[in-house]
Design a protein around this ligand. Structure first.
Ligand SMILES: [Fe+2]
Length: 205
């Protein structure tokens, strides 16, 4: 558990705050709930380069994005890893991971905290925690949203199988019962559509 008075925290290089530093401060993800996500980080780095970021800045955003689900460390694993659908109460508890992540990261990395808080906002205003819409959502959160959904579709979980790249692309571009293309920033989903093979290569590396 984070102790903000811990002098060791003051020695951290905030601009490079990433998984290694976070594990030092917050500990390992003992229950494998996905609190640290290197894949989403590298996917966001790829998206940043496609958006024209210079390599150093893309790398910094990738580091920060790898911590977007840090708040899951404070959510009961039996909720996060539950097979089958969540009750309304369980869903509210699960959704708190964005606020926990923001709260614990805000003094360590402004960018990572911003990503933690906004990565479940949807471009069409149907997300959480604030139901922000369009440009109200920070660009960092819009980027993580797209990469996080792709990663979630491609990844096996205790309660679901992994999809192929082609299946994931089809759902992100055309939707299913849970995903709608309108959830994503139109410019980012357009980039994804044109360069999806780069995301596949990044995911497989
Ligand atoms: Fe999340």
């Amino acid at each position: 558990m984070l102790d903000m008075s811990n002098a060791a925290i003051a020695d951290l290089e905030v601009s490079d705050f990433g998984i290694c530093q976070a594990v030092m401060v917050f500990g390992e993800d003992d229950h494998a709930v996905g609190a640290y996500n290197f894949k989403v980080g590298t996917l966001v780095g790829t998206l940043c380069v496609l958006c024209g970021f210079d390599p150093a800045e893309a790398s910094r955003w990738a580091e920060a994005a790898s911590l977007h689900d840090l708040g899951k460390l404070w959510i009961p694993p039996d909720i996060l890893l539950k097979r089958g659908s969540l009750s309304a109460k369980e869903r509210r508890v699960m959704e708190d991971h964005v606020v926990f992540g923001y709260t614990y990261l805000k003094h360590l990395s402004t960018l990572a905290a911003e990503m933690a808080l906004s990565h479940h906002e949807n471009f069409d205003g149907t997300g959480y925690p604030e139901a922000l819409k369009g440009d109200e959502i920070p660009m960092s959160g819009r980027m993580v949203r797209l990469c996080d959904v792709y990663d979630a579709l491609r990844t096996e979980r205790p309660y679901k199988k992994a999809m192929t790249h082609e299946e994931a692309v089809e759902i992100m571009l055309h939707g299913d019962d849970r995903i709608r293309p309108e959830m994503f920033d139109p410019e980012l989903i357009s980039l994804f559509e044109r360069h999806h093979r780069q995301f596949e290569a990044c995911f497989n590396c």
